[in-house]
Design a protein around this ligand. Structure first.
Ligand code: ADP
Length: 306
């Protein structure tokens, strides 16, 4: 296991996935072709990717006082994650995502934040020492935004690197972006943050420049099967291509990329090498179905890279 310490702060959901021919219209009932329940949530997916790829990781999150919450916590421990900062919220349900997937592979998702909404700044204050002692904190946007902001402030004051995966897409205050060291939007999220469409290399570089001007040193825009646009402040950006594989489903591709990237970063790998490590982890994930079930372990990533 890596000696450097990582904190992931974020969401835990249970995903209910129903595959249908077509999405139901208002008032319509449709039959599903297959149904799957799997653990998800961007925070948990990224924590699992970091844990399985070898990071020393503590996860700050909340679950409900239902059976799912207890089961998720047990599963996360088996995924090499320290769970002492996962609070169980009395009288609340664990976060839920209801996901329809149609024949074209498109999805529509409804989310109930449940316990995730209880990850407040007061609760974070109890765990701030973990962030102060860590080498990096990795966050997403499925948690209350003022909690994400406070965690970034604590991190910055204590030389803890802030990595933000700004998903799901939304615009963010400059006060938060100014605290971020590395940001990892996909194309849609980059457009939300900058107002610039990322359709080609020029668009990617222009969006990255906007984010650099807001104070972010490194911008990595994930481009699906094309890889990543990597840009460091003051340098010309470039594409770092990913691996060609036969994709089965790309659920949690970005989450796997983020968790594995931070593991590699904390092991001292240089940017490009860390991105290639993360590409390998994400490539394995897209060849398998589901969110957390698809996330690879370290030996699988090392094997893939030989
Ligand atoms: P998100 O899931 O956040 O939208 P992306 O779709 O941009 O993220 O993908 C994140 C990373 O996952 C990519 O940079 C790449 O490493 C990997 N990836 C995604 N789709 C594929 C694919 N079809 N083949 C191989 N790797 C992929």
């Amino acid at each position: 296991m890596c000696a450097a310490k990582l904190v992931v702060l974020g969401s835990i959901n249970v995903d209910h996935i129903l595959n249908v021919q077509q999405f139901p219209q208002p008032g319509e009932t449709v039959r599903g072709d297959s149904y799957q329940v799997a653990f998800g949530g961007k925070g948990a997916n990224q924590a699992v990717a970091a844990g399985r790829s070898g990071a020393d990781i503590t996860f700050i999150a909340c679950v409900g006082d239902d059976d799912i919450g207890a089961n998720v916590k047990k599963q996360l421990q088996q995924d090499n994650i320290k769970t002492e900062c996962i609070d169980t919220i009395e009288g609340e349900t664990t976060g839920v995502a209801l996901i329809y997937v149609n024949q074209q592979g498109e999805n529509v998702i409804g989310i109930n934040a449940g316990a995730n909404a209880h990850l407040t700044i007061e609760r974070l204050t109890c765990y701030q020492q973990k962030i102060m002692d860590a080498d990096a904190v990795l966050m997403q946007l499925e948690s209350p935004i003022d909690t994400v902001q406070l965690a970034a402030e604590i991190a910055q004051k204590n030389q803890t690197k802030v990595i933000l995966n700004p998903a799901p897409a939304q615009s963010l205050p400059d006060s938060l972006l100014a605290l971020v060291d590395i940001i990892t939007p996909n194309e849609t999220e980059a457009e939300h943050l900058t107002g610039i469409a990322v359709n080609d290399n020029q668009g990617a570089q222009a969006a990255a420049e906007v984010l650099h001007k807001k104070g972010i040193a490194k911008v990595m825009i994930t481009l699906g099967s094309r890889g990543v646009w990597f840009s460091e402040k003051g340098c010309q950006g470039k594409i770092i291509p990913c691996f060609r594989v036969k994709a089965v489903d790309t659920i949690a591709a970005g989450d796997t990329f983020n968790g594995a990237y931070v593991t590699a970063l904390l092991e001292g790998k240089a940017d490009e090498e860390a991105i290639i490590f993360a590409h390998a982890a994400a490539a394995i994930a897209v060849t398998r179905s589901g969110a957390q079930p698809s996330v690879p372990w370290r030996n699988e990533i090392d094997q893939f890279l030989i």
